[in-house]
Ligand binder design. Structure first.
Ligand code: 5AD
Ligand code: FES
Length: 344
C-alpha cells in the first residue's frame, strides 16, 4: 500500500468501505501473527522524568504529582506475579529517570532472566549506548521508544526542551537493533499539530524501519501540560488538516499499520481502552492488534503514573486486570498467547 493510499484510508468516512479496511487488517493479522493475543505485564517502575514533553502528565515540569521510584525487590515481585499469571513477558517502563542507575536495572534484568522464562522489555526513554549495551548483556530482549511523530518540526514543538532530537530517537532505535534488541516504537493519534499527511508518513515510517513492535493510541489531553492546557488550541493544525484524537481514527491507524507491517507485534493500547472503556481493547484486537499490556504495577504506584487523566485500570489490581483481559480476549474468540511472543 502506497503512502497516498494510506492517506486516503485515514480520511475515509464511508462505513461500508471501512468494513473492507477492517476485514483486510484482521485477515492480515490472522494470517501473519495468528489468533494468540500475547500478554505483557506492564511495571511502571518510576515516574521521575527529566524531559518536558508537552503532552505528558508526568513531565519534569508537572506540578503536584508525587514522584516515586520502585525498590528493586518490589519490581521483582511484580515480575514474578506476571509470570504466575501466565504472561510471557514484562515491560519495565518509566519516565526518563537518571536516578534509575544502569547497574540497578542490569541487576533486576539479570535476576528476572535467570529465575523466570520471561522476556524482558525496557521502556526507559533515551539512554546512553553504554547503558543499553549493559542491559542487553544482562539479558534484556526488547526496548520500546516511541518516536511520537516523524515530522521534525512537530517533534520540536512537542518536545520543547530538546529540539532536533527526533533524529536521535531514530538513531537510538537503529543502534538498539544493532545491539540485538527487538525494537518497538509508536505514535499518538490526534496530537495537536498532527496533519493527515504526517500520520500517513508515521505509518510509512513504521514500515520503512521494519519496526518489531508498534504502539498506537489516541492523544488524551492532560490539563497539567501545554498541549492539554488553556493554550492547547494554539497548537492545532487548520481544522481540515488536523487529525482528530478519536477512536475511529485510532482504529484506522492500527488497521493500516497491520496491513503495512504484517508481522509486527501491535498492542491494543491502554489509551484506546481509556477512550472507550467498554469496547476499546476488543476493537483494537479486531482491527489489527495482537498484544495487550495488562498493568501489574502495585495500585499505590499506578495512581501516580498519570501520563493522562482517567487512565484505564488505575484503580484495579494485577489480578483484576488479568481476569478482565482474559474475558475480553475470549469474548472475541481469540486465545491467550503462550511463551514470550517475540517477533515472528
Ligand atoms: N495521551 C496519550 N498518550 C500519551 N503518551 C504520553 N502522554 C500521552 C497523552 N497525554 C504516550 C506517549 C509515550 C507513551 C509511553 O505514552 O506516546 O511514548
Ligand atoms: Fe485492567 Fe480491564 S484490563 S480493568
Amino acid at each position: 500500500m502506497q503512502r497516498t493510499e494510506i492517506l486516503h484510508w485515514l480520511q475515509e468516512t464511508d462505513e461500508a468501505r471501512l468494513e473492507e479496511l477492517w476485514a483486510r487488517a484482521d485477515a492480515v493479522r490472522a494470517a501473519n501473527v495468528g489468533d494468540e493475543v500475547h500478554l505483557r505485564g506492564l511495571i511502571e517502575i518510576s515516574n521521575f522524568c527529566v524531559r518536558q514533553c508537552a503532552y505528558c502528565g508526568i513531565n519534569a515540569c508537572s506540578q503536584g504529582i508525587t514522584r516515586y521510584r520502585m525498590p528493586p525487590a518490589e519490581i521483582l515481585a511484580c515480575a514474578r506475579e506476571a509470570h504466575r499469571l501466565g504472561y510471557g513477558s514484562v515491560v519495565m517502563q518509566s519516565g526518563e529517570d537518571p536516578g534509575l542507575r544502569a547497574e540497578t536495572i542490569a541487576d533486576i534484568v539479570r535476576e528476572i532472566k535467570t529465575t523466570t522464562p520471561l522476556a524482558v522489555t525496557l521502556s526507559l526513554g533515551e539512554r546512553d549506548d553504554d547503558e543499553l549495551k549493559a542491559w542487553k548483556a544482562a539479558g534484556a530482549d526488547r526496548f520500546l521508544l516511541r518516536f511520537e511523530t516523524s515530522d521534525p518540526a512537530l517533534y520540536d514543538v512537542i518536545h520543547p526542551s530538546l529540539p532536533g532530537t527526533l533524529s536521535d530517537r531514530m538513531a537510538q532505535l537503529d543502534r538498539m537493533r544493532a545491539f540485538g534488541y527487538e525494537i518497538g516504537t509508536g505514535v499518538m493519534v490526534g496530537i495537536p499539530g498532527q496533519t493527515w499527511e504526517i500520520l500517513a508518513q508515521d505509518i510509512d515510517t513504521f514500515r520503512r524501519y521494519d519496526m518489531d513492535m508498534i504502539g498506537i493510541g489516541p492523544f488524551l489531553p492532560s490539563p497539567r501540560t501545554p498541549l492539554g492546557g488553556p493554550d492547547a488550541a494554539s497548537y492545532l493544525a487548520p481544522p481540515d488538516r488536523q487529525v482528530p484524537n478519536d477512536e475511529l481514527t485510532t482504529l484506522k491507524a492500527v488497521a493500516l499499520t497491520r496491513i503495512v507491517c504484517p508481522r509486527s507485534n501491535i498492542p491494543s493500547t491502554t489509551a484506546l481502552a481509556t477512550l472507550d472503556p467498554k469496547a476499546g481493547r476488543e476493537l483494537g484486537l479486531c482491527r489489527g492488534a495482537n498484544v495487550v499490556m495488562p498493568n501489574v504495577t502495585p495500585p499505590e504506584y499506578r495512581v501516580l503514573y498519570e501520563i493522562y487523566p482517567g487512565k484505564a485500570c488505575v484503580h484495579e489490581t494485577a489480578q483484576v486486570c488479568h481476569g478482565c483481559m482474559e474475558a475480553r480476549i475470549r469474548s472475541i474468540g481469540r486465545t491467550m498467547g503462550k511463551g514470550p511472543g517475540g517477533r515472528r
